[in-house]
Design a protein around this ligand. Structure first.
Ligand code: FES
Length: 155
């Protein structure tokens, strides 16, 4: 005995059209919503993992009342020789709106050009302008012909 043949379901153009429309709308929504979602909820950036960096600046070349920018991980840092001759290092990211600060020899302190922010070169303390808090302080030590800067803060 053979089983009765079952005819395959008739091809329905309407269901195919519905499927195409459904996937098209889905793809369109995904292409619009994904970038918006990534913009609104950006991926977490890794905080710089650098704890200690060796700065290729000869300590003797850094004269009193001067400073230089260096790269501390992905962010800028500033190493300063104070007018009294102390070696100091700070984050060079301004605590106001994150511009990069610089050392002003004429002012004898660290200065932010964006909104005229001023920082003490010994402590990093905000002493003028809009910055709301001190620069993050690092430890700086002369080791041979290099300067070693580490994240452990001193104030
Ligand atoms: S960003 Fe430095 S003072 Fe505004």
């Amino acid at each position: 005995m053979s089983e009765p043949l079952v005819a395959p379901p008739p091809f329905e153009r309407r269901s195919l059209l519905t499927w195409f429309l459904g996937t098209g709308v889905g793809a369109f929504l995904a292409s619009v919503l994904y970038p918006i979602t990534r913009y609104v909820i950006p991926p977490k950036l890794e905080e710089s993992s650098a704890v200690t960096v060796t700065v290729d600046i000869q300590p003797a070349s850094l004269k009193p009342n001067s400073g230089r920018i260096f790269k501390f991980g992905s962010k800028p840092g500033i190493v300063v020789r104070t007018p009294a001759g102390e070696l100091k290092a700070f984050s060079a990211v301004c605590t106001h709106l994150a511009c990069t600060v610089q050392y002003r020899e004429d002012l004898q302190h660290i200065w932010c050009a964006c909104h005229n922010g001023h920082f003490d070169p010994v402590t990093g303390r905000n002493i003028g302008g809009p910055p709301p808090r001190p620069l993050d302080a690092y430890t700086a030590n002369a080791r041979g012909d290099k300067i070693v800067v580490s994240r452990s803060a001193t104030t």
